[in-house]
Design a protein around this ligand. Structure first.
Ligand SMILES: O=C(CO)[C@@H](O)[C@H](O)COP(=O)(O)O
Ligand SMILES: [Fe+2]
Length: 218
């Protein structure tokens, strides 16, 4: 199966974002990590910077919102032109309403779960989403070690998505490298986010190709 590689610009040079997105033009989408210093203990950027990333990027923008009060803030990212908008289940009081609002505004609706959040709450509402993100590290920082224990959740979601005849993308984010890409794809992930493995490499395009090969070869 074709696997998408979405590099995270969290590991890019924030002083040269327009050039940094050009360096990953062979990827499937650019992953933009929005953090509010409340849902996670880190602060990155918000709508004005995401808007510039959308304008500068030659590939679609995959926004990952690690922010509180997702129901109020997520729809604005669809209006900015993000191809997909991921909000956290833990930060949403009305995930179905928010997902429908994202789709209504033209974005793919995506929901994420932290490592300690079980998949059970999502199993009966899978068709409301175009993508599910299983975090494979605690959200907040790049460069952390992959949590292999999360693969059980990916396998459960893969089984449920297939059983329902859906084409929901299954994304993993955190600690993805040439060492871990294969096991994530083997568990059923279809979209791999990689920050340090891509932007930490001398040649980001070669790193993207290598991740894709490892994932598709598993
Ligand atoms: O959402 C996050 C972190 O919270 C990620 O998107 C990271 O940016 C991934 O970085 P690596 O673990 O691949 O270095
Ligand atoms: Fe992310």
């Amino acid at each position: 199966m074709a696997i998408a590689i979405n590099p995270s610009i969290l590991s890019a040079d924030f002083g040269r974002l327009a050039e940094e997105v050009q360096r990953i033009s062979t990827a499937d989408a650019v992953h933009a990590d929005v953090m509010d210093n409340a849902f996670v203990p880190n602060l990155t950027f918000g709508p004005p910077v995401v808007e510039r990333i959308v304008q500068a990027s030659p590939i679609p923008v995959d926004a990952h919102l690690m922010i509180n009060d997702a129901d109020r803030h997520a729809p604005a990212y669809a209006d900015l032109g993000c191809a997909s908008v991921t909000f956290h289940l833990e930060a949403s009081a009305a995930p179905i309403r928010t997902a429908r609002e994202l789709r209504r505004r033209g974005a793919r609706a995506s929901v994420a779960i932290r490592p300690a959040t079980p998949v059970d709450g999502l199993l009966d509402i899978l068709d409301e989403f175009d993508q599910i993100l299983v975090m494979t590290v605690e959200p907040g920082f790049g460069g952390q070690a992959f949590l292999p224990s999360m693969m059980a959740k990916v396998r459960r979601l893969r089984t449920a998505i297939d059983a329902a005849g859906l084409s929901t993308a299954l994304q993993v984010d955190g600690g993805i490298s040439t060492e871990t890409a294969g096991q994530a794809a083997d568990a059923g992930a279809t979209v791999l986010v990689a920050g340090s493995a891509v932007y930490g490499a001398e040649d980001p395009a070669a790193a993207i190709a290598e991740l894709r090969t490892r994932a598709e070869q598993r």
